[in-house]
Ligand binder design. Structure first.
Ligand code: PEP
Ligand code: MG
Length: 591
C-alpha cells in the first residue's frame, strides 16, 4: 500500500481499478526500414494522418454538442496543428531517411515541443499540451494502439502522465470514476472540465506514471489530493464509508435546492453561479443557484484563430439567458490579457501582463472588438434578465469611456430597430485597490458592484495569483483585503446600489459567515460549491454575523483572522449537529 499527495482539483472520493493511459512517454519502437519498405511506410503514415483527422473531426462535433462551441474550438486547434504542412514535410523526410513512422512522429514532435518551450511566445507555449495530444493520437493510430475511452465498460480510475482536453471531453461519469495525472494545475483545461463534469481528480503526482499498473486497486480523494495505491481492506472500508457519508451529505444538501439562502433571522442572500461555458446551465440548476453572478466570456475567444462574431456571441448569451429564465445573468465583458490571450488578436508579449493591457483597458483601446460584444450582450438582454459588468476598472474615467461606447452602440441598435433592454443594469467589477478606494465616486455612475477578490487580493498584496512560489502569501484574510471589501460595501450602500462578490473566496463555506457579516448580499461561485454555502447561510444569524465581522475588522493578523473564521465555522456546524431546537423564523416561512 502506498499513499501519494497531489493537488486535489475536483472533489469527491472514488475507489476502483486503475486504467493506465498509454502515452508518448512510453517506449515507441524505433527501427530502420529497408529501402523497399519506405514507400509502404509513407502510405501507412498518410492513412494514420487521415484517420487522426477523421477522429478529431468527430470529437470536435461531439464536443460542440456536449460542451459548446468554445470547447469544440480546442479541436479546431488540434486539426490545424495536424494539418500543418511543415509537420507533414518533416515526417515524410524522416521516413524517407529510413525511420519507422511512429518513431518519426516522436522525433519531430520532440523538436516542435522543444521549440515551443524555448520560444518567447506564451501562446505557442500554451499549445504544447495540444501538440502532445495530437502526437499521441497519431502514434496510437500508427501502432494500432487505439484506446477508446468511450469503449471502457467498467468503472475505472484513469491514470496517465497527462490527460488531454480531448480525452477529458470524451469521459463519461458512467465509466470513469476519477482520474489522476502527473502534470497539471488547478486552472488547467483538464481541471476545469473535471469540475464541470463533477469527476474527482488529482493532478501533480510526480512519478506516478512509472508506478501504477492497470488493474491495481486505487482510492482517490479529489478534495484532499490524496491517492492510495493497493489499499488494505481497512482503508477501503474507511473510504467507502467516507464516500457514502459524502453522498448522504450532498443528498441532504440537495433538499436545499429549492430553498432560499436566508439566515435564521430572515436576511436573504442571493447565491449565484460562476460559469465559463454557455452549456453549464444543467449544473447551475441542479445545484440550486439563484442567478448567474459571473459569466466569464473569454472562453468564447480562446483556443481559436478568429474572433467570435456578433451572431455567435449573441447566440451563446441568448442560450444561457433563455435556458435559465427568469434567473438574472450577469455577463462580464471581455477580460483578455493577464493569463488569457487570444491567438486571433496577436496581443503583444508584456513583462507584467497582469499590470498591462488587460480587460477593460484592452476593450477601450479596441472599441471595434468591444462594440461587437456590447451589441451581442444588448441583443441578448431582449430575451431575459441580463446585467452586464466591466472587469478591472481602476479609474472612474474608464467607466465613463465604456458608458460612452455603450450609448453609441445602443443608439445603433435603436436605429436598426433591434430590441434590447433599455434598462439593462451596468456594473463595475471592483478588483483593483484604486477602484476599491474610489468606490464612492464609481458607485454614483454604475448600477451595481461585484468584488473580484481573486484579483483584488493579488493587486493589494502584490502577490501573483498564478505563481506557486508566492502562493503562501496569497491570503484572503489579510486585514487590508477585508478593509477594502468593507470600504466597497459601505460605498455601495451609501450610493444605494447592490454589491456582490464573485471571487473564489465566495466558494468557501467557512468564509460565508464573515462575508455576510461584512454586508455582502450576493455571493457567486462555482455551481458545485453552492449547496454547502447555502447550508451555512441557513444556519447563520445575521446579527451575529455582523458583530463577528466588526470584531474581525479590528484584528491585525491574517493568521488570527483565519483561526477565528475556522473556529466559528466549527462552532456553527457543531451547534447544528447537536440539534439545538430551532426557533421558527421568517426564513422558514419564505421557503
Ligand atoms: C476575480 O478576479 O475575482 C474574478 C472573479 O475574475 P477572474 O478570476 O476571472 O479574474
Ligand atoms: Mg478578475
Amino acid at each position: 500500500m502506498t499513499k501519494f499527495q497531489g493537488i486535489g482539483v475536483s472533489p469527491g472520493i472514488a475507489i476502483g481499478p486503475v486504467y493506465r493511459l498509454p502515452d508518448l512517454h512510453q517506449k515507441i519502437p524505433d527501427h530502420r526500414l529497408p529501402p523497399e519498405e519506405v514507400e509502404a511506410e509513407l502510405q501507412r503514415l498518410d492513412r494514420a494522418l487521415e484517420e487522426t483527422e477523421r477522429e478529431l473531426e468527430k470529437i470536435r462535433v461531439q464536443a460542440a454538442k456536449n460542451l459548446g462551441s468554445a470547447a469544440a474550438e480546442i479541436f479546431n486547434v488540434h486539426l490545424l496543428l495536424l494539418k500543418d504542412r511543415g509537420l507533414k514535410a518533416r515526417l515524410v523526410r524522416q521516413v524517407k531517411e529510413g525511420w519507422n513512422a511512429a518513431y518519426a512522429v516522436t522525433q519531430v514532435l520532440h523538436d516542435y515541443l522543444d521549440y515551443f518551450q524555448r520560444i518567447d511566445n506564451s501562446f505557442l507555449k500554451d499549445r504544447r499540451g495540444d501538440l502532445e495530444d495530437v502526437g499521441k493520437r497519431l502514434v496510437r493510430n500508427l501502432l494500432g494502439l487505439k484506446i477508446q475511452l468511450s469503449d471502457i465498460r467498467e468503472k475505472v480510475i484513469l491514470v496517465g502522465y497527462n490527460l488531454s482536453p480531448s480525452e477529458t471531453a470524451s469521459l463519461s461519469k458512467k465509466d470513469v470514476v476519477a482520474f489522476v495525472t502527473e502534470v497539471g494545475g488547478p486552472t488547467s483545461h483538464t481541471a476545469i472540465m473535471a469540475r464541470s463534469l463533477e469527476i474527482p481528480a488529482v493532478v501533480g503526482l510526480k512519478g506516478i506514471d512509472q508506478l501504477f499498473r492497470s488493474g491495481a486497486m486505487m482510492i482517490v480523494d479529489g478534495q484532499a489530493g490524496v491517492v492510495i495505491l493497493d489499499p488494505d481492506e481497512r482503508l477501503v472500508r474507511e473510504y467507502t464509508r467516507m464516500r457514502s457519508n459524502l453522498r448522504e451529505a450532498s443528498q441532504a444538501l440537495e433538499s436545499l435546492r429549492g430553498k432560499t439562502a436566508t439566515t435564521r433571522d430572515g436576511h436573504r442572500v442571493c447565491l449565484g453561479a460562476n460559469i465559463e461555458m454557455p452549456t453549464e446551465d444543467v449544473s447551475v440548476l441542479s445545484h440550486g443557484a439563484d442567478e448567474i453572478g459571473l459569466f466569464r466570456t473569454e472562453f468564447l475567444y480562446l483556443n481559436r484563430d478568429d474572433l467570435p462574431d456578433e451572431e455567435e456571441q449573441f447566440r451563446a448569451y441568448r442560450r444561457v439567458v433563455e435556458k435559465l429564465r427568469p434567473m438574472s445573468v450577469t455577463i462580464r465583458t471581455l477580460d483578455l490579457g493577464g493569463d488569457k490571450f487570444s491567438s486571433a488578436l496577436g496581443m503583444p508579449e508584456e513583462v507584467n501582463p497582469f499590470l498591462g493591457w488587460r480587460a477593460i483597458r484592452f476593450c477601450l483601446a479596441r472599441p471595434d472588438i468591444f462594440r461587437v460584444q456590447l451589441r451581442a450582450i444588448l441583443r441578448a438582454s431582449a430575451h431575459g434578465k441580463v446585467r452586464m459588468m466591466y472587469p478591472l476598472i481602476s479609474d472612474l474615467e474608464e467607466v465613463k469611456a465604456a458608458r460612452a461606447i455603450l450609448e453609441e452602440v445602443k443608439e445603433g441598435l435603436r436605429r436598426e430597430g433591434r430590441p434590447f433592454d433599455e434598462k439593462m443594469p451596468v456594473g463595475a467589477m471592483i478588483e483593483v485597490p484604486s477602484a476599491a478606494l474610489a468606490a464612492g465616486a464609481i458607485a454614483r455612475r454604475v448600477d451595481f458592484f461585484s468584488l473580484g477578490t481573486n484579483d483584488l487580493i493579488q493587486y493589494s498584496l502584490a502577490v501573483d495569483r498564478v505563481n506557486e512560489r508566492t502562493a503562501h502569501l496569497y491570503n484572503p484574510f489579510h486585514p487590508s483585503v477585508l478593509m477594502l471589501i468593507d470600504h466597497v460595501v459601505k460605498a455601495a450602500r451609501a450610493a444605494g446600489i447592490g454589491v456582490g462578490l464573485c471571487g473564489e473566496m465566495a466558494a468557501d463555506p467557512a468564509t460565508a459567515f464573515l462575508l455576510i457579516g461584512l454586508g455582502l448580499d450576493h455571493l457567486s461561485m462555482a455551481p458545485l460549491a453552492i449547496p454547502q454555502v447555502k447550508q451555512v447561510i441557513r444556519l447563520t444569524n445575521y446579527r451575529e454575523a455582523r458583530r463577528f465581522a466588526r470584531r474581525i475588522l479590528a484584528m491585525e493578523s491574517a493568521e488570527q483572522i483565519a483561526g477565528e473564521v475556522r473556529d466559528n465555522h466549527e462552532r456553527l456546524l457543531a451547534r447544528e449537529s447537536k440539534g439545538r431546537p430551532k426557533k421558527k423564523t421568517r426564513s422558514d416561512d419564505q421557503t
